[in-house]
Write a protein that binds this ligand. Structure first.
Ligand SMILES: [Cu+2]
Length: 283
């Protein structure tokens, strides 16, 4: 009987590991039962993962265990049986000072590295190229202003047309993939043509609101080649869940070859990119 129980236990553990282990693999997209944040593909995301895994999560664990310990102490030490005559104390100045100051100190400890990361994410370094992203209901438009204004639209591939043998993924793959070069500082300008959207690619640590009539800016430097997925992260209407982002990061030479191919391919589409009026044009 004990032997049988043990073997069932082993089987359960083995099947659980089957689910959990892929979460630690180098995946470019989210996996079922994934633990932890996305595998970073940019220095921005590497910093965010480091901040989360080595600091925030441990602070959460310590605070949760401490609060749980206090609760258990109160439940067992001060229940009606163990403590029939309760104390009538209502105030304790030293205790109130401690439980005000300690959380303030904890917040300061979190704030210092947090602001450092915020400034790093917000300050665009010297960039080598620009990608302009426009959110539409419900697809994305991409423009490459440094490459003779190459522009195209990108829509989700419907479930029935998904071809898994080509690595396509339901709700994530798009008909026109955005190619970007690796090891290049890329400025990303984000706007929208109708309602609010948000351009988000977890592997890059990017989430930028796309606001009609306004240009928001961010940047990325992709460390390793691969296909990276993202989704609109601002509730923008009934098609909100169906406007994914698919980015293929390739070495610089491969990117240059793709640009040449894409210029010919999209020139036939007669695509009209969104025209933005700049303040200097109006004056
Ligand atoms: Cu959207």
């Amino acid at each position: 009987m004990i032997h049988k129980c043990r073997s069932i236990l082993w089987q359960m553990m083995a099947s659980m590991m089957m689910f959990v282990l892929p979460a630690f693999a180098n995946e470019e997209h989210a996996t079922p039962l994934q633990l932890g944040l996305h595998e970073p593909a940019s220095p921005q995301m590497a910093r965010l993962v480091d901040f989360h895994d080595n600091m925030l999560i441990w602070m959460c664990v310590i605070i949760s265990v401490f609060v749980l310990g206090l609760l258990l102490w109160v439940v067992f030490r001060y229940n009606a049986k163990a403590n029939p005559v309760p104390s009538r104390t209502t105030h304790s100045v030293p205790l109130e000072i401690i439980w005000t100051i300690v959380p303030v100190i904890i917040l300061i400890i979190i704030a210092v590295p947090s602001f450092k990361h915020l400034f790093y994410l917000g300050k665009t370094p010297e960039t080598e190229m620009t990608l302009k992203v426009t959110g539409y209901q419900w697809y994305w438009g991409y423009e490459y202003p440094d490459h003779e204004g190459l522009a195209f639209e990108s829509r989700m591939i419907e479930d029935k047309n998904i071809d898994e043998s080509k690595g396509q993924r339901r709700l994530l793959s798009t008909d026109n993939v955005v190619y970007l070069p690796t090891d290049t500082n890329i400025q990303i300008i984000v706007t929208a043509a109708d309602v609010l959207h948000s351009f988000t690619v977890p592997a890059f640590g990017i989430k930028k609101d796309a606001v009609p009539g306004r240009l928001n800016e961010t940047w990325v430097r992709i460390d390793k080649p691969g296909t990276y997925f993202g989704q609109c992260s601002e509730i923008c209407g009934t098609g909100h869940a169906y406007m994914p982002i698919e980015v293929r990061a390739v070495p610089k030479e491969e990117f240059a070859a793709w640009i040449e191919k894409a210029k010919k391919e999209f020139a036939q589409n007669n695509y009209q990119p969104l025209q933005m009026a700049f303040v200097k044009d109006i004056q």
